[in-house]
Each structure stands twice: as C-alpha cells, then as structure tokens.
Design a protein around this ligand. Structure first.
Ligand code: SF4
Ligand code: SF4
Length: 340
C-alpha cells in the first residue's frame, strides 16, 4: 500500500478534477450538507466534518429512472451511460452502506453502469457526528481500506491546527488516479497515528448500550406486538427514514403508457408505506402500521440479514433519527425496545 503526505484535501480534489467529474459535500444556504458537483476553478474549501443529509445512494440507485421502452415491436433499454466520476469525502458509514448496496445490486445493470467508473475517496472521522453510532455497528469511524480507493486520514492536530493529511492509496485505481501528483511518501508512523485517531474518536461516542440491548431483544423476538403498535402510532408513513437511510434499497416499478407504446419506470419504495406488501389478491401482510415498523427494524438488525449480507443493515449514520417527524428514528426506537 502506498501512503503519502498531503497538505490540504483540496490539492487532491483539484488534481482529480482534471480527469473526473467530482462530487463533494457542500453546505447549502440552510446549513445542511448535500452532494454537489465541483466545477473547475471552484475555490470552495472542502469541509472534512460535513456529512450530507442524504447519502450518495441515489447516484447509483436512482430515485426514479426509465428501465426500458416498448413501441409495439421493439424493446429499447434505457441503461445509463457510464461516466468517470469521484465521490470525494465519503465517511466510513456511507462507504460501508455503499459496499452493502454493491452486494445487493451486484446483478443490476442500471446500478452497475453508474457504479463501475466511480472512484471513492473516503475520509476518516475524528469525532462522532450528531446521532451517529458507527463504531457500535462496525461501520466507522475510520474508513475500511477495502471500501475506498483513496483515504484521507488527518494528521494529529497541534494546538487545534490541522498540520496535514495522509493520503492512503487503498486500491490500484486509487494509486493510478494520483499517478503524476508530486507527493512525498509518508514516514512509517502514519498507521500508529491513524489508529490513535480511531481510538480517540471511538472513546468520544456517547454510551449507547441500549442499542446493543435492543439488537439482542430484536433477535430474541422479545418485542411484544403492542410495543411496535405504540411506536407505529407516531409513524406518518412519510418514508423519510427509508429515503435517507443509506442501506434501504426497496423499489417498485410501473408501466407508463405513451403515444408510441409504453415505458417502464423504477422508483424508490418504502416498507413503511401501507401498500408496500399489498398483493394482487388484496391480501396485505403488513396492513397494520405496527407490522411495518417492526419489519423495518428487523431488516436493520436481524441476524438473518447478517447471514445473508455479511453485516447489519444499519451503519449507524443516525439519519433516520434526524429525519423522522414522528420521533421514531433509531435511538428512540432502540431506547424503547431495550427497556420493555
Ligand atoms: S420517517 Fe418516521 S414517520 Fe416517516 S415513515 Fe419513517 S418512521 Fe414513519
Ligand atoms: S437505520 Fe437509521 S441509523 Fe441505521 S443506517 Fe439507516 S438511517 Fe442510518
């Protein structure tokens, strides 16, 4: 593995911008972060602490897209063109979620067309973000070297100042992307200091043993139905949780008639919606809101999904807690079920 010193992340971003479309987190007028394309000559400083409200999942698993069209004689695929692009500044939780989505959509040509020429630049976190608990679910705070092409790791700060960064080339694609940059190799102490950064960040997370307890109770099937029902009374069915969750991957399709024939569209769906599991016969195993809320959290923390996907379906980003208007995001739910 090649590791270099880097004075500022912007030096890497500007270098990559010469060859790729680059997306990075940017703060908007409301103070929220979103993924935005960097235009050449942009001098907006990169904010290492900023995490967008939405994960980048929609860049690969589009919120809404045409799959194909049919004119009465011929089917035409609407598979998107691949474009070399960079996601710059992905946190460990979102990279973990993307690896989860890569597995789920491994045979999906629409997802893969967008994903295959994407270079991932991760960034280590030095402190917990609001509502985050990545370290509890093995998704952070340091970027897993198997999940990114390049990793920015902060050097220890001196008196609050950030003296520089280590740039870790974690894949051949990452190393190739910086070929030609005038970089100084890091000395051999980088890994010690990187591990120390991870230890300090982990120690700063608040006590969340209720999440561990809640996971155990979910897997013991120890949550009475009336607990799910009482949580569900606060659910508005807005789907904010599943839209912002980086690992949610449910979708539905519909055929739209046109003058020439029809096209098929795919769009994000949510298991919190009443009609999500409704069958053509009219039967609906999750017609009760409590069953839908229970289903969502079993999908996040059940051992069945660990066996199938290799890890929990939750990466501890905390977005559902920040988003849910009914106050039934992950912390609220796990606190309640840990104590029933
Ligand atoms: S964000 Fe909250 S209110 Fe909206 S669907 Fe999810 S659980 Fe229900
Ligand atoms: S369930 Fe909530 S905390 Fe877990 S990954 Fe989804 S949005 Fe993040």
């Amino acid at each position: 593995m090649y590791v270099y010193e880097l004075e500022r992340p912007e030096h890497l971003r500007d270098w990559l911008l010469m060859r790729y479309r680059v997306m990075q987190p940017v703060q908007d007028a409301t103070g929220n972060g979103s993924w935005q394309e960097v235009v050449s000559g942009d001098v907006t400083p990169f904010d290492p602490a900023l995490r967008p409200v939405m994960s980048p999942k929609s860049m690969f698993f589009a919120e809404r897209e045409h799959l194909f069209e049919f004119d009465g004689e011929t089917f035409r695929s609407s598979r998107p063109a691949s474009e070399p692009q960079v996601l710059f500044g992905m946190k460990a939780c979102d990279l973990t979620a993307l690896a989860y989505q890569d597995l789920h959509f491994q045979d999906d040509p629409y997802y893969q067309a967008r994903r295959k020429d994407t270079l991932l630049v991760g960034i280590d976190c030095s402190s917990p973000c609001e509502n985050g608990f990545c370290s509890t679910v093995d998704a952070g705070p340091l970027v897993d070297e198997a999940r990114a092409d390049l990793i920015l790791a902060p050097m220890p700060s001196i008196g609050g100042d950030q003296p520089g960064w280590w740039l870790i080339c974690a894949s051949p694609a990452g190393h190739g992307a910086v070929d030609g940059m005038n970089l100084t190799p890091a000395d051999s102490h980088w890994r010690y200091w990187r591990d120390m950064n991870g230890e300090h960040a982990r120690a700063a997370f608040p006590n969340d043993t209720y999440i561990i307890n809640g996971i155990q109770r979910i897997n013991a099937r120890a949550i009475p139905d009336d607990v799910w029902d009482s949580l569900a009374r606060k659910c508005l069915g807005c789907s904010g949780c599943s839209q912002t969750c980086p690992t949610c991957s449910c979708y539905a399709t519909r055929d739209i008639k046109t003058e020439k024939g029809f096209y098929r569209e795919r769009f994000h769906d949510s298991c919190l919606m009443e009609g999500f599991q409704k069958e053509a016969s009219g039967a609906n195993p999750t017609s009760a809101a409590g069953r839908r809320v229970a289903r969502y959290w079993y999908h996040k923390f059940s051992g069945d999904f660990v066996r199938k996907m290799g890890r929990f379906g939750c990466v501890g980003c905390g977005r559902c807690e920040a988003t849910c208007p009914g106050s039934i995001g992950v912390h609220s739910v796990m606190e309640k079920i840990a104590h029933v």
